[in-house]
Design a protein around this ligand. Structure first.
Ligand SMILES: *[C@@H]1O[C@H](CO)[C@@H](O)[C@H](O)[C@H]1NC(C)=O
Length: 318
C-alpha cells in the first residue's frame, strides 16, 4: 500500500493491524476450509459452499473446493477439478448457495442484484464445463433444490466450453436480457421444468446484473406464474471432462422486495384490460387489439366484448 504523505502513527498502526487481520483471515480460511468429500459443505458468510460431486461415479478423477474469504454478502472461493471418462456426463456442481436470497414470490421481487467475477486460473486443453447459476422456483415458499418441491430450474450459463448443451432443446436465440445476448433452452427434468439461458457471446467473466430481468422474461414469455417462489439461488460449475482451476474472486446476490422496474404482464388465458400500456378514454371494436407490450391504442373494448390476452404482445377484444 502506498500513500503520498506519510501516515500518522495512529493511521499507520490501524493499517498494520488491518493488514495482519486480513492475512490471518485469508490464511485461516484457506487452510481450514478446503473441501474434499463428495458432499462436504462449509458455511461461507451468507452462503454455503458445497462440493456436490453428485456425478463422480460416471467418470474417474477428483475435485476439491476452497473457501478463500467471506465478508458480509460477498464470497470468494475456488474449485480444482480433474475428470476423465464419461465425457457427456456432468461430474459435479461445486457451488455457493445463498442463505438469504430466497423465499420471495416472483411478484414481490423488486430487484435481485448479483455480481460474479470469475476466471480459469488454469485449464487443460479442450475442457468441457459450464459456469452457471442454478436457480430453483417452487409453489411453496421453501424447498430443497432438485426436490419434489421444485417446479422450475433456471440456469444462466456465463460459460459453456467444449460443445456441451443444456437440458432439452433450444427454443429462442439472441434474446437481449440484462445487457447480454442469450440463447434459451428448455426441457423437462424429473418433476420440474428447466430453462437455461446460455451466453450467445462466449464467456462473461464480470457479470453485474439484475436477475429479476430473467425472472420477468420467464413470467412474460414462458408462462411461469409470478406466484412461484425463489427457493434457492446457487452459482458454480458443472465439469464434464478435463482439468481446471476455477476462481471466483468475488460473488454476491440479494433479493430486494418491492415493485419490479419492468411491469410483469399476465400470460395465459386470464382476462386483462391491457395493463401493459395503451390509452383509456377510447373504445376498441370487436376483434381489435386492446393490449400487449408496446401497444399504444385503445384498451377499453366495445360493450359486449372483453379484452383477452393471447400472449404478452397481443390482447384482443372478443
Ligand atoms: C489429471 O489426472 C490425470 C490422470 O490421473 C493425470 O495424468 C494428470 O496429470 C492430471 N492433471 C492435472 C492437471 O492434475
Amino acid at each position: 500500500m502506498f500513500v503520498s504523505e506519510s501516515p500518522t502513527e495512529a493511521a499507520s498502526y490501524a493499517m498494520h493491524f488491518l493488514k495482519l487481520a486480513s492475512i490471518f483471515f485469508a490464511f485461516g480460511a484457506a487452510s481450514a476450509q478446503t473441501l474434499t468429500g463428495q458432499y462436504s459443505c462449509t458455511p461461507a458468510g451468507e452462503y454455503t459452499l458445497c462440493q456436490n460431486l453428485w456425478g463422480e461415479s460416471a467418470g474417474t478423477g477428483s475435485q476439491t473446493s476452497t473457501l478463500n474469504s467471506a465478508s458480509g454478502n460477498t464470497v470468494s472461493w475456488s474449485t480444482t477439478w480433474n475428470w476423465s471418462n464419461g465425457p457427456n456426463n456432468v461430474k459435479s456442481y461445486a457451488n455457493v448457495q445463498s442463505t438469504t436470497a430466497l423465499g420471495v414470490q416472483l411478484a414481490h421481487i423488486g430487484s435481485a442484484p448479483t455480481t460474479w467475477s470469475w476466471s480459469y486460473a488454469s485449464q487443460s486443453s479442450g475442457i468441457r464445463a459450464d459456469v452457471s447459476y442454478d436457480i430453483w422456483f417452487g409453489a411453496a415458499s421453501s424447498g430443497e433444490p432438485a426436490s419434489t418441491a421444485s417446479s422450475y430450474e433456471i440456469m444462466i450459463w456465463l460459460s459453456g466450453l467444449g460443445g456441451i448443451q443444456p437440458v432439452g432443446s433450444q427454443i429462442a436465440s439472441g434474446l437481449q436480457i440484462a445487457g447480454y445476448s442469450w440463447n434459451l433452452w428448455s426441457g423437462p427434468n424429473t418433476n420440474w421444468e428447466v430453462y437455461s439461458f446460455v451466453s450467445a457471446n462466449g464467456n462473461i467473466n464480470d457479470f453485474n446484473v439484475d436477475l429479476n430481468d430473467f425472472f420477468i422474461y420467464l413470467t412474460e414469455h414462458e408462462g411461469v406464474s409470478s406466484s412461484q417462489y425463489v427457493q434457492a439461488i446457487q452459482t458454480g460449475t458443472e465439469p464434464f471432462e478435463g482439468s481446471a482451476e476455477l476462481v471466483t474472486s468475488s460473488y454476491s446476490v440479494a433479493i430486494n422486495q418491492g415493485t419490479p422496474s419492468t411491469s410483469i404482464t399476465s400470460t395465459g388465458s386470464t382476462t386483462s384490460t391491457g395493463s401493459t400500456g395503451g390509452s383509456t378514454g377510447c373504445t376498441a371494436p370487436q376483434y381489435a387489439q386492446c393490449g400487449g407490450i408496446g401497444f399504444t391504442g385503445c384498451t377499453t373494448c366495445a360493450s359486449g366484448t372483453t379484452c383477452k390476452v393471447s400472449n404478452s404482445y397481443y390482447s384482443q377484444c372478443l
